[in-house]
Design a protein around this ligand. Structure first.
Ligand SMILES: [Zn+2]
Length: 55
């Protein structure tokens, strides 16, 4: 799954809501997606090609 696909189709694994994207203004190479319903959050680091999940 590519980054673009991930940005627009990612859903919360907890409650299946569409995650909202919060792009960091201070750190360019960081995209944060969070669930509007529960506390699920996912940080994506394009330069590291990895992501960090947190609940
Ligand atoms: Zn959720």
């Amino acid at each position: 799954m590519g980054l673009i696909n991930w940005l627009f189709t990612e859903k919360c694994p907890e409650c299946n809501e569409h995650l909202t994207t919060v792009k960091s203004e201070t750190i360019v190479a960081l995209v944060i997606k969070s669930c509007p319903v529960c506390t699920y959050k996912k940080e994506f680091h394009p330069t590291l090609e990895t992501y960090i999940e947190s609940k």
